[in-house]
Design a protein around this ligand. Structure first.
Ligand code: AMP
Ligand code: MG
Length: 487
């Protein structure tokens, strides 16, 4: 494949053309002295962009929105959202812009989007900016998710702007260039519904079907099929989060995609000690978005999507509600199925193992992990060694030795497949202390820890010599980690 100079790339404007009511033309603020901190070369190349040209002055200016390829029409997107349960009819991109759409190798569109590119009319009280630390954090964690094989937006680059950002202290500013299969959110539909504009809502749904769930177009009831496709995608996504111990941290409806990709990495983190009540975000005082609540919250958010779609589901409101409720009912079985399937893989259970055997075996190990607050990632990976006969690494992590031994005996009698386990249980996740270390160094201009961490996380299932420290839990003195909203 030949790579075009990125600065001459053709950026599509399908979103802005088809949904002008949701697209406010806007320009990025001028960055005083843009400096490239991180560039995702494989991602660039996969999009047909020449990485070398992204490193030139013009390329770096493209990545902060200050150089626009011909024909580009950046827009701030309008959306609404329930934030911690309270509805805001107008949120929108307060500090972000959609530069336009690229065409990926498979012919599908990818949004090229900037975060931290300056105030837009949606900014309300915010300054429209982002600091280096939180943008590097999104870069690392989203790439870690991609490495794990979990659907996610991707990070193309982080560029320091040279503009200071005022937070609790003054911090260096940055722009993240993000790539997503789209930025359509539950909140996009809530916005269209709140406008009371039936035509807009229908065009938005048609756009979503065409881009993400084309099969719905052929269904008897395409908009209901769209809803069910989103339910299925989110059930699968959240199950995958749960299986790796990921806590999103701010599952507001504006942070839930229609595509089924993870989006908006703010106060997110991976579990260490296994506890469903775990919360990392400083602003989540009630634990609404705790690890163990995520499936329920996803279902709640999908109910909000269903409400927005009601006028498209049936002309008769009562019938529309009945149909939407029935469709929402597919969430729980889909989630359970995805989670159980994933747990079977994590435990290396043989295909076709009877439900009556698998379910209690899975339930019991989860109880054991909870009771002893074992390290989520480390324990599962150590079970892979137990499947090979080396029980000590897992046994050393528990307190209830008798309970553990009894469980292991039942489990090993089933002949768990250690290879399968190693493909399901990562060695390396974006542990909080490692992320923190990389961000602190990166903010000070030392990008080596970040690059090393990204390298480990790019192949998280392959244990490699020399990377031992990336598999270790945080040192005792690291304490409980708190993340602050990425603003
Ligand atoms: P988030 O919590 O990042 O999903 O953002 C929620 C809303 O707040 C969105 O409308 C953002 O555009 C807006 N927002 C967040 N931070 C800022 C900021 N520094 N300046 C302007 N708007 C912001
Ligand atoms: Mg958001």
């Amino acid at each position: 494949m030949s790579l075009a100079p990125a600065t001459a790339v053709a950026l599509g404007d399908r979103f802005a053309r088809e949904l002008p009511e949701l697209a406010l033309e806007w320009r990025a603020e001028e960055a005083p002295s843009p400096t490239l901190l991180a560039l995702n070369e494989p991602l660039a190349a996969g999009l047909g962009l020449d990485p070398a040209s992204l490193r030139t002055d013009e390329g770096v200016r493209l990545l902060v929105g200050n150089h626009l390829p011909e024909g580009a029409r950046p827009v701030a997107q309008a959306y609404a959202g329930h934030q911690f349960g309270g509805f805001s009819p107008r949120l929108g991109d307060g500090r972000a812009l959609l530069l336009g759409e690229l065409t990926a190798a498979d012919g599908t569109l990818r949004d090229l989007h900037l975060k931290g590119s300056g105030r837009t009319p949606f900014a309300r009280g915010g300054d429209g900016l982002a600091a280096v630390g939180p943008m590097l954090r999104e870069y690392v964690v989203s790439e870690a998710m991609h490495g794990l094989g979990i659907p996610t937006t991707r990070s193309l680059a982080v560029v320091a702007t040279g503009r200071p950002v005022r937070r609790e202290t003054v911090l260096p500013g940055a722009v993240l260039a993000r790539v997503a299969s789209s930025h359509l959110r539950v909140g996009s539909f809530q916005y269209a519904a709140a406008q009371g504009d039936a035509d807009l809502l229908r065009r938005l749904a048609d756009h979503a079907i065409a881009r993400h769930h084309p099969g719905a177009a052929d269904a008897e009831s395409p908009y209901r099929a769209l809803f069910e496709a989103v339910v299925a995608a989110q059930a699968s996504l959240v199950a995958q989060w749960m299986l790796v111990g990921f806590v999103h941290g701010v599952m507001n409806t504006d942070n839930m995609t229609i595509s089924g990709e993870t989006i908006d990495y703010g106060p997110c983190a991976f579990l260490e000690a296994f506890d469903p009540a775990t919360v990392f975000s400083s602003i989540d005082e009630t634990g609404r978005y705790a690890y163990g609540n995520q499936p329920l919250v996803a279902e709640w958010n999908l109910a909000r999507l269903a409400e927005a779609l009601l006028p498209l589901i049936h002309d008769d409101q009562e019938q529309a509600v009945a149909l939407a409720v029935e469709s929402l009912g597919t969430f729980r079985p889909a989630y359970s199925e995805a989670w159980s399937h994933g747990m079977r893989a994590k435990l290396g259970l043989p295909d076709g193992l009877a439900e009556e055997v698998a379910t209690p075996l899975i339930g019991d190990v989860v109880e054991l992990m909870k009771a002893d607050r074992v390290d989520h990632t480390g324990f599962f990976r150590a079970l892979g060694r137990a499947a090979r006969g080396d029980v000590a690494p897992a046994r050393d992590q528990v307190l209830d030795l008798a309970g553990f031994d009894a469980w292991v005996e039942r489990w090993r009698a089933l002949g768990p497949d250690a290879e399968r386990m190693d493909r399901a249980n990562p060695v390396y996740v974006a542990r909080n202390h490692l992320v923190e270390e990389a961000l602190v160094a990166g903010t000070d201009g030392d990008l080596v820890p970040l690059q090393r961490l990204l390298e480990a996380l790019s192949a998280p299932y392959d244990e490699r010599p020399g990377l031992e420290r990336y598999a270790e839990p945080a040192p005792e003195d690291f304490g409980h980690y708190t993340t602050y909203c990425g603003t």
